[in-house]
Design a protein around this ligand. Structure first.
Ligand code: FES
Length: 144
């Protein structure tokens, strides 16, 4: 009896219905990963990202040495902008309009995406996703 219940619980629904004489066409695969059972749904199914630590004294980040400087760090999918001596703000570089990442410009506190020229403030209150960051001299820590 337990084997029958276990079969009914775990078997593909179309196979069970077909066995009972009910014809049905449906794939037996599911989107569920039965091997893990620990899918994180708190971040739209994307695994949480570890903090990123950047030494901005590295030449790659030379644009961030001066207030107003900015950098599209495509490899990490982030935009960085030097707001003050003590602050660098960090944003997801995915455009809120259609998700493009590679045609940004920045001027006067505003990012502009070159695909359709939508603009986004650097004040962390708009639709451009802003991340928490701390700057300790030249070490920038970003929390995602
Ligand atoms: S994709 Fe950025 S403005 Fe359209």
């Amino acid at each position: 009896m337990n084997n029958s219940r276990t079969f009914l619980k775990t078997a593909c629904k179309p196979i069970v219905l077909t066995t009972l004489g009910i014809p049905i066409l449906e794939a037996c695969s599911t989107d569920e990963d039965s091997s893990s059972g620990n899918i994180d749904t708190t971040n739209n199914g994307v695994a949480p990202r570890e903090p990123l630590i950047i030494d901005i004294s590295n030449n790659t980040f030379i644009n961030l040495q001066d207030v107003g400087g900015w950098f599209n760090y495509i490899e990490e999918n982030i935009l960085l902008v030097r707001i003050s001596e003590e602050e660098i703000r960090v944003f997801n570089n995915s455009c809120p309009h259609q998700g493009n990442r590679d045609r940004w410009s920045y001027s006067g506190g505003v990012f502009e995406c070159g695909y359709h020229n939508n603009t986004y403030s650097d004040n962390c209150t708009g639709s451009l996703t802003c991340y928490d960051s701390t700057l300790d001299i030249n070490i920038l820590t970003i929390e995602f």
